[in-house]
Design a protein around this ligand. Sequence first.
Ligand SMILES: [Zn+2]
Length: 294
Amino acid sequence: MSEESYSQEKLQFNDLTKAESYVINNKGTESPFVGKLTNFKGKGTYVCKKCGAALYYSSDKFESDCGWPSFDNEIKGAVIRIPDPDGMRTEIECANCGAHLGHVFTGEHLTAKDVRHCVNSISLEFVPAQLEAGRYGTAIFAGGCFWGVDYFMKKAPGVISVTSGYTGGTVKNPTYQEVCTGNTGHSEAVKIVYDPQKTTYDKLLKLFLEIHDPTQVGGQGPDIGDQYRSEIFYMNEDQKMIAENDLNILRSKGFKIATKVTKASEFYPAETYHQDYYFKNGKTPYCHIFTKRF
Ligand SMILES: [Zn+2]
């Protein structure tokens, strides 16, 4: 993969039919009671039809008799809420790609959580639980401002979703303001969900080590502070081995590595306005560039 393909590659989305595009891209609404997932009861995960990001678990689906699939909870950080211009309703979109999902309602008292995500069946794809085990891999990296890491990781082939957040510290449910003080122990990090059939942990890790400077101590680029440190949070022993191996390759090339390798702990998704920052704002990173190191 050349530098150029990372800087110019467009996000890869699934091809949509005309009917799918009408709902997903043009915020249309499918007719009630016709969607094939409306009364579907399989066990598994509902993912975005456009980008494949996991949105809802079947355990949160309930029968509302409204004619569309209904959920009273979303996968944390997977769905964003946007007030409709009419001020009456709240639209829900896939946090990863902006696909229109439907609307979210409260105050109906249909379930204990008193929330109803009313989702167009056509915006969803169902992944059965038996296919899910081992279907996705997860990686967590910290390398300076998470907007920049998010930007490059989203463009990497095989990446399903990237969530900006905080991890590695001691404060529960930290806010951006708290993390910015540098006193929470948390770093600005990204959680990447990827398809192991299309990419590998090793490929993503090497990319991570080439889009930030793994030799900088106590910050990244102009961002100085413990929250901007370089760190790999491994999920299992395999990832730890790969991380140490890749860092040793760089050490053998003369790089004085500052990157820490740490067992992953709880990851707290950042506030919605931090997600997809560069894509939403049409900007490019100021502190992350691709530099070939492997
Ligand atoms: Zn999506």
